[in-house]
Design a protein around this ligand. Structure first.
Ligand code: PHB
Length: 403
């Protein structure tokens, strides 16, 4: 699906203003910066496939932030271009080029899947266009490929994995763990984070099990888990795949005998869909459903009213992307051409988020608390802080040569 609300080239071709700008050549400032011009935001998100609900929640969150800011950021209205990236890395270059080179957007927002995000970054880094990542946790984004114009508002895959690992490392009765994940950047980095936290406690990893993304044929691997009888299972799946895994795990009876843990993506946004299958599953994430402070309560109420849906971590990330962009654009009075100042403003602020306060690291990754949560009913219930003000994997941060 490609949805375009406005095509600037068409506009330039067919209006008097276009003729004027075309005739005047490069000496005049572009129309985009003229007083009152709209800011062009390109959304590249999954709207089909296993991550489709995540893309929708991110867009909903972003639009809620925009509505709360009176429909404008930095005094400018926003004009959207949308591309469905299908969580398909092989299409990433073409898809992001639609936004950057065809639609000439001022800001690219995307995406969910780490492999697709890697393709996007190759283009946005080169083009220098402001690129905000509202989910994908790939380490490269704020590691070896970090850049002034690449800003992540979500997490690195390592962070929630590490939080869960630290929590489990303190449990005397958990001495060997099996990990199971999709084999791509997100799964691999999530498992690394888990191991970095967990292995400090003296436990061991009994086995690492992998499936290609977005495969959901879990049966053979669940049989292997059942026969290995580990003390716990750490699983990285998300969206539709997570829902299927939780149901299959329970159907195999494993939820009664082997505790299931993971990064919070395993249980966020899927609890209504899985019935009771996820009861008791423990996860770590930078959000929970009952944080119980004013900022979060207001956000949850506004989101539920607007969309007739409960928000999840993806909605919060979309919302925070809006908050951060709003702060940056406010600092430059909506003039996106003052990119350095806009980015400097974003680097300085503490985001007053429904997840709690967070700020960008030097590498442009959120520094944030990792919470422990447990599924009770249809909520991920807060169970304390696993790690306070967590930055990224130190070995990844060392690769970022910026700042
Ligand atoms: C990722 O590909 O980085 C990713 C996707 C979905 C999640 C988390 C991370 O829920």
């Amino acid at each position: 699906m490609t949805k375009q609300y406005f095509d600037r080239r068409e506009f330039l071709k067919t209006t008097a203003a276009g003729a004027f700008v075309a005739g005047a050549g490069a000496a005049l400032p572009s129309l985009a910066f003229a007083q009152g011009a709209r800011i062009k935001v390109g959304l590249m998100l999954p709207y089909t496939g296993t991550f489709a609900p995540l893309g929708v929640a991110i867009e909903n969150g972003f639009r809620l932030a925009l509505t709360e800011s009176g429909g404008k950021f930095g005094g400018r209205e926003i004009e959207f271009s949308k591309v469905d990236d299908e969580s398909e890395p092989s299409k990433a270059t073409d898809n992001v080029n639609r936004l950057v080179n065809r639609d000439k957007v001022d800001v690219v927002i995307g995406t969910v899947h780490s492999g697709v995000a890697a393709g996007m970054i190759r283009v946005t880094r080169e083009a220098g266009v402001l690129h905000m990542i509202p989910n994908a946790g790939l380490s490269q984004a704020t590691g070896v490929l970090c850049a002034p114009n690449i800003i992540r508002t979500s997490f690195s895959n390592w962070q929630p994995g590490y939080g869960m690992g630290v929590a489990l490392s303190k449990r005397k009765n958990v001495k060997n763990v099996v990990t199971i994940a999709w084999r791509y950047a997100a799964g691999e980095e999530s498992v690394k984070g888990f191991k970095d936290g967990y292995l400090k406690g003296g436990g061991a990893i009994a086995k690492e099990l992998w499936l290609p993304f977005p495969n959901v044929e879990f049966q053979a691997l669940l049989t292997e888990i059942a026969s290995g009888k580990p003390d716990a299972v750490y699983a990285f799946f998300a969206g539709g795949g997570a829902a299927k895994f939780l149901k299959d795990y329970a159907q195999a009876g494993l939820n009664k005998s082997i505790p299931l843990v993971g990064p919070g993506f395993l249980t966020d946004g899927v609890l209504e869909a899985v019935g009771g299958a996820a009861q008791g599953v423990e996860t770590s994430l930078h959000y929970a459903d009952d944080l119980n402070f004013k900022r979060d309560k207001e956000f949850r109420l506004a989101y539920a009213k607007t969309y007739k849906l409960q928000p999840d971590v993806y909605a919060v990330q979309g919302y925070d992307t809006g908050l951060l962009l709003a702060a940056g654009l406010k600092a430059v009075n909506g003039d996106v051409s003052r990119k350095k100042e806009l980015i400097a403003a974003m680097e300085k602020i503490t985001v007053n988020s429904p997840r709690g306060n967070w700020h960008l690291s030097k590498a442009h990754n959120p520094v944030q608390d990792m919470y422990l949560r447990k599924v009770v009913g249809v909520e991920n219930k807060y169970g304390g802080v696993a790690v306070k003000a967590l930055d990224d994997d130190p070995s990844v941060m060392a690769q970022c040569k910026m700042g």
